[in-house]
Write a new protein. Sequence first.
Lengths: 262, 549
Amino acid sequence: MFPDVRLSRRPLHFIFLCDCSGSMRAGGKMPSLNQAIRQSLPEMVQVSLQNPEAQILVRVLRFADQALWHLGTPTPVDQVLPQWRDLEAGGLTAMGDAFRELAAVLRTPPMEQRALPPVLVLISDGAPTDDVSEGLRTLMAEPWAAKAVRLAIAIGHDADLEVLQQFIGSEPGAGGERGSAGQGLDGDRRPGTPAERPGRRPLQANDSITLARYIQWASTAVLGAASQPRSQVGGAAPDTNVPLPDLPPTVLDPSDASQVVW
Amino acid sequence: MERSGWLTPRCESRTGASHRRRGIPCQDSSGLWCFEDGSGEPIQVLVVSDGHGGSRYDRSEVGSLLACRVALEALQRELAGSRLSQHPDPQEWRRWLAEVLPQRLLERWRHAVLLHAGAHPRSDGAPPATLPYGATLGVLLLTPHWWGCTGLGDWDLVRIADDGTAELLNEEPVLSGGGEATLSLCMEGAERHFAARCTLEAIPADQAPFRLLLSSDGIRKSCGSDADFLTLARHLGDLAAAGSGDAAAAATAGRHLREALDHISLQGSGDDVSVAIARWGRLDASAEGHGRKPDGPLIVQPGQEPAPPPLAADAARQRPQAPIAPAGAHRHAAAWSGDQRRWHGSTPWLRLCLAALALAVAGAAGAALFGMGLFTRRLSAPGGASPELLGVLKQQVDTLCRAQPPDPGPGAASTAAAGSATTGASSGAASESPPAASADRGGAASPTLQASRLSAITDTLNQRRSSFRDLQRRAIRPEAFLARPAQDPTGALIAWSALQSSAARPALVPALELCPELREALRLQWQRAQVPAAPGAADQTGAPDSPNR
């Protein structure tokens, strides 16, 4: 209709930040992570088809001794699976470096002004071994990082939940309500307090099934919510822009004795 | 001698492709009013408004409609009784646009919103408030000697010169909070923000033809770049100008403009789109500038699309929007459903009161229908639930209950930790299946396995306590979950159990075979949802992967 006008969908950048430290070799964590990501890709394509106004572009940033882009070019979601290479584990946990790399790509340019809030999913099984505070400061200084939907998945019990919580944002509830053993609370609501929004605490994945479900949730339900733009009144907290859907069930098969718990 | 002036303006609003697909009403509105001041000088007012999306602003389509209405009425009331010639200083008008008008406008808007809120109380009992009606507002005021704009929010104003050169004159600065952040009428002290968007330009005697395009953000966000947006603005201005002449040409131009806006949303952002286009040019003996303009306010907001069957698998649904009568052809309030609404009125306050009364009656009727459970007509086609919903529910029950596990035999140790919930058959439970469908899935499992299964199911449902409570308190309706079963199968099952417990509507709810553990776990959740948690009460199972595992 308008040959000299470029009409286009709004870009939605979905970025996995994956811990590829040596500890991810243990217990089948790395194969489980690779499988979970691979399994989520076809469903992400379905989300893309259901939300044609958003152009979903996927990237993967791995961090071990340093942060390197595993898939550095924003790739249309339907083109990711054919070129997917499994992540490999080995080295330290340079999470701070990952945050600095991420900050660089969230600047404008290259980020488009008309882009939808990006979705950032941080997955880690341990504690950072570099200056993560400086990296996080660099990242959160970028406006697009503040606007982004930030999720964190802790693999196993050795993950640094405090750092993951800092990545997500301030803890819900005054004074920070933590469960026992540093785990997040569920959505049980006390009288007079607002319901806790799912995903506002690190998601704890202690087995491959739970990991897969959380990654599926992040890459489908959350992605679907982020694909539907909503205006927000200026000055409101960025996390009120994309209402996160409820978490998936994480039921262990009681008859499956082979399930490994990290 | 050639005389120049403002030609016939045009405004349009269209439901965005994304909203049409999801059955969400258009949250954009636009409007215009052509009238004369006290000395007979012609004045035009054009407005666009964009309601915010999201659950917090669930009445924003009303907010944007009211914003357009009160803006047109406020300006008409202020200017119809004044004489522009007696106030020739444009700066005096600029101050009025920046400081005085916003206060009056916000006062009227808040009053209209609270009137509507009072007539339509919220189901959660929250007091009337303006937040759910949040919307932006852009206003263009056109006189023979100057033109001005004011407002707040993420609308844009483009000027297109006679040679086709387009220039972005006015845009909202980038706010903290992101690309979707915008100022809003519902904000405290919103009046203060109008001044920053206020512009006033004098029109010289030899002014060449030009156009002004006022648009909501859905258009600019559909363009690959600002250069594309400016080129598009020029095209839209051309479409509006093509309607000069007789009524047939105007109708054709209107149709083309609507098709263009639909195309922009479909190929671009998917958002609702609105434009209001003003044209300065030579007035001649043709219909332009002489009585072809509506003599009352014209407000455009597409009527709510009939919601697609929410249980259908195909979420992509394009519905053609109904054709519209040419502007000025009729004075009527169009039907609310299916058609594009165009309001014409020469007695604005009477119309506003009648509209408020109509809304109050509609709200009371809607509440009665809700109480009668007629909304559940959407949930199930004649004869039961849709195959998709039934399939998802059965699959979710299977996932939670699992098939009959192999009996490990006497003396074999259980591999799963026992949960803390009690076992046992439920009696009179809210979630009990109909007697005819009460086949016991886990009947042959050992007590230890039953306990571990109940614990696992309880852990799953514990993550959704907020859903049980929201349904119990009617803060959310079951159909919100049942409309998207594939996306949220657990939510669909919880909503199913909520309807199951309603004695008034069991016939409309599909029957499911639950294992005793699932039945018991649901019963416990509903029991808990009725009791507020005591302050400081410890959480039993904590995170999805509790230490109990």
